[in-house]
Design a protein around this ligand. Structure first.
Ligand code: ZN
Length: 93
């Protein structure tokens, strides 16, 4: 728990737009409205619309989907990418 708070503090103190920090909070707390979440509410099929191969979980959307990998590598600045991966990896187990 302490390590998680430390990563969150590092993330929150980065100089980036508040909307990105808020998005990261949603990500860290698994609050993104993914198809798997909608599926639990019996509203959609759980699979990813982009690759149609996997259940669309937060990790799939952000890390594992082939489209996500291309987007993040091309759009995310390197120093944010490292923090992003630390938060994702620490919360994926
Ligand atoms: Zn996908």
């Amino acid at each position: 728990m302490g390590q998680e708070n430390n990563h969150w503090s590092q993330l929150w103190n980065l100089r980036m737009p508040k909307r990105i920090r808020c998005f990261m909070w949603l990500l860290q707390h698994d609050r993104l409205l993914t198809n798997s979440r909608f599926h639990r509410m019996q509203l959609r099929f759980p699979f990813c619309h982009q690759c149609e191969e996997s259940v669309e979980t937060t990790l799939h959307v952000m890390r594992d989907c082939p489209l996500a990998k291309v987007v993040w590598v091309n759009k995310f600045r390197a120093r944010y990418w490292e923090v992003f991966l630390i938060v994702i990896i620490c919360n994926s187990g």
